[in-house]
Design a protein around this ligand. Structure first.
Ligand SMILES: [Zn+2]
Length: 442
């Protein structure tokens, strides 16, 4: 009984610390009075908890404001510069590693092209290890200040946890768990134990998740998703994914693979998709599908898309957009087709999830969207049910094309906020409770 009571007190203290830390992280700087006014905590609790957070180096004073009573109020904020997080974007054309302050300003960056794609797991792992070393050296931060490494990958990420491995207080015996196993059907990753492979080269805390989900989290925290409770973040790069946020939390499904919007069928028996099926949305609006469509249309017209050969996908898509601007018929036609399928695909999202906001992101999503957004909106309006369409808006992501790495860095930050403390070294134990990344960040 006594032990249970102790645990309850400890849990309560931790949840109060986490509550105030999140308030300050997302809404700071705030005064102690602001924290009292916007939480259910008493003045004594706020004072006590804030004192602890300051003592542990998580929160600092940030000046003062005049108050009505005359006595100035001290403002508080999370110490964004004292702690660091690393985000990794495993893309299909490159591995990007970035080191951030706690408020996710980038301090150092290392990039490794993948000329043959990301199919070779060994080189991806090697690049990530090299990247971690490079960004830590470039930024000069102490490794003790790094709260963890988030890795965003193209594919479904499974975290299987053996029940027998769960010890006291939700602490997990590492030997019995296999976390961060990646299934990426389009890239040939079938059960790649990425977290275990990465563990062999670093003792920093690791978090592996789907790239679209991490991008969605970054947009919800800092970008176009702020303030929305029901949103879909559509990520278009080479391939296509989505993060569905319902009532503030990502919808994951039974095997964590929900949101594979790119592999919903938009054309029965249509173009072959990289997943092996036919007629998937990705085959029509993913950069690879758009460029393939352009090449075959050019060839059918007796022309060629030779000017694209040897270019990266990013450069080739840029060239295609320029060609359409100069009035080249095949380029204009393929963009029309892209807008049509994208609009219809978005209408499906609106009808299925009734989101208040759909955020178009990813490097290709931003490039295509900056030109096609008005048409895409109009087509989505044509295909969606009127009631749902009228209550939704379709906007571009605000965080730029590199938001996957930043999004990945939100994974350790979310844990930092949820546990309200610096990380235990991974060599010891891993926390079982994976904090719900988007939920309750208001
Ligand atoms: Zn597919």
């Amino acid at each position: 009984m006594a032990e249970r009571a102790m645990r309850t007190v400890r849990d309560l203290r931790r949840s109060n610390r986490s509550l105030l830390l999140r308030r300050l992280y997302f809404g700071g700087p705030l005064s102690r009075q602001d924290l009292i006014d916007t939480t259910s905590l008493s003045a004594a609790s706020v004072s006590n908890v804030v004192g602890g957070l300051i003592e542990d180096g998580l929160v600092v004073e940030a000046g003062a404001v005049e108050s009505e009573g005359g006595r100035p109020r001290i403002l508080l904020r999370v110490d964004g510069e004292a702690w660091h997080a690393i985000g990794v974007d495993v893309g299909e054309t490159r591995v990007l590693v970035e080191l951030f302050t706690l408020d996710l300003s980038v301090l150092a960056r290392a990039q490794f092209p993948l000329p043959d794609g990301c199919g070779d797991v060994g080189s991806v792992v090697r690049h990530i290890h090299d990247g971690l070393g490079a960004v830590i050296a470039e930024s000069g931060v102490r490794t003790e200040s790094i709260i963890g490494v988030g890795v965003g990958v193209p594919g479904v990420v499974e975290h299987s946890v053996s029940e027998h491995g769960v010890g006291q207080h939700g602490v997990l015996d590492q030997g019995t768990a296999e976390n961060g196993v990646v299934y990426g059907q389009s890239i040939g990753w079938d059960g790649v134990p990425l977290e275990r492979l990465l563990r062999q080269g670093t003792d920093l805390l690791l978090f592996v998740d789907n790239g679209a989900t991490t991008l969605g989290q970054a947009e919800m925290w800092f970008g176009a998703g702020r303030g929305a409770r029901d949103a879909v973040i559509a990520l278009i790069g080479s391939g296509v994914g989505a993060c569905v946020v319902t009532d503030g939390a990502p919808y994951r499904g039974t095997g964590r693979s929900a949101g594979e919007w790119g592999h919903t069928t938009v054309q029965v028996e249509g173009e072959i998709c990289r997943c092996g099926s036919r007629g998937c949305l990705e085959a029509y609006v993913g950069a690879e599908g758009v460029l393939a469509g352009y090449r075959s249309l050019s060839a059918a017209r007796g022309g060629s898309a030779d000017s694209l050969s040897g270019l990266s996908e990013e450069a080739a898509l840029g060239r295609l957009l320029e060609a359409a601007d100069t009035g080249e018929a095949a380029a204009a036609e393929i963009l029309e087709r892209t807008a049509l399928f994208l609009g219809a695909g978005i209408a499906n999202l609106i009808n299925l999830f009734n989101p208040e906001r759909i955020i178009l992101g990813g490097w290709a999503g931003l490039a295509l969207g900056s030109r096609l957004l008005p048409t895409v909106r109009e087509i989505a309006g044509r295909y969606a049910l009127r009631h749902a369409y009228a209550r939704s808006e379709i906007v571009l992501g605000r965080l730029g094309p590199d938001a996957v790495a930043r999004g990945a860095a939100t994974l350790p930050v979310a844990r930092f906020l949820a546990t309200a403390g610096p990380p235990a070294r991974a060599a010891g134990a891993v926390l079982l409770e994976r904090p719900d990344p988007v939920a309750d960040f208001g």
